[in-house]
Design a binder for this molecule. Sequence first.
Ligand code: F0G
Length: 433
Amino acid sequence: MAQAELSCFDERCGARYGITEVLYNCTKCGGLLEVRYCGDGYDPAALRRLFRERRMSQASLDASGVWRYRELFPFLDDYKHVVTLREGNTPLLEAPRAAEYGRLDRLAFKHQGFNPTGSFKDNGMTCGVAQARRLGMRRVACVSTGNTSASMAAYAAAAGLEALIFLPHGQISFGKLAQALEYGARTLEVEANFDQILALVRALAARLGIYLLNSVNPFRIEGQKSIILEMLDQRDWRAPDWIVLPGGNLGNTSAFGKALREAREAGLIDSMPRLAVVQAEGAAPFYEFVARGGEFQAVEKPATLATAIRIGDPVSWPKALHEIRSTGGTVEKVSEQEIADAKAQIGRSGIGCEPASAATLAGIRKLTARGVMDRGADVVAVLTGNLLKDPDYIYRYHTGELEAPDGTKIRSSFGNRPVVVPNDPDRIAELLR
Ligand code: F0G
């Protein structure tokens, strides 16, 4: 078994800690932490074969689309700590109609909305909760724009842990709030935004004896690597040219970059895809930072209808910056109208997703128009959440009632209004002629 440790992400600091220390940041420099491994390495051909063979297995670890790839995140000493809901196992879907909208010849969506709680958070949560159990924690907590809380509530319930959830009051979709309640989490709606509440909960963590399961937790990041590993496996380890994803707190960007670096080091792929991160215009601090340079500046009042990515001060930006640079990637921002229309197009492809996920296709459309991405490029976009997470948004868009946070009306360019008809066969036949 490989040796695992926690390491400061900042190379200039280089502090290292034991894998069972309860830390979210480096105690020397305050930097982000990353799980690192040292060991003998694996034969890539044997690993590929092993991952494929496990698809035939009924063992719960093998049936999980996360733990199937466990050799690439061997941080546990004992797999008895794992609680799995058969997360991962999400499809890679060809979407010709969406490709056309994005001005690409071909486009595939890796749809994380097919997860047990409907978002990519489940990939990370199964690992975070396993580490919580290994550490003997009884109480787990998170701040969330909705999906992390839904996921943590489910995994905590399955693991018999107490779940404590902090939400920005009135700023998360009803579908996500409903999940947290149904899975039995203690749910606190705080009158503040995501960034403010994250600071609050980090200050409270030690006092309340809680284990924090936000994406600043490095074990969540280990699990989210499996999104990339499974996608590469589904493509027989042919790396795409681009991987496009939405950016909020930037945990996923960090996880994807780490997964790609490690897959390359393990000899599983021989070229590096470029990461393209897309943010909503009203919550785009990472875009502004990469575009303008200088100091990183938080957006004090982030605003977007894509509430999942309504984050102004993303904690993982230093990791994300490293991954964007080391993959030759890029960052784009898109408007509320662009997100809404791209979302409708993903729906019309028979696929569907929640608003934040649609930032990917909106971003692709801009990147191809600007010539950053070629029409013939091999592109995978990651849809992070399920269509049913935010039905309110959908209904408003299709009926022409959707308004951006600043009050501007969103055009329902691809609207599909329901029609009220009388209970009268002749009138209905007339209407449908
Ligand atoms: N897409 C969806 C559907 C999300 O829920 C999130 C984040 C993101 C994208 C952005 O991912 O933070 O890794 O850059 N949601 C978090 C939450 C913050 O609390 O559920 P990121």
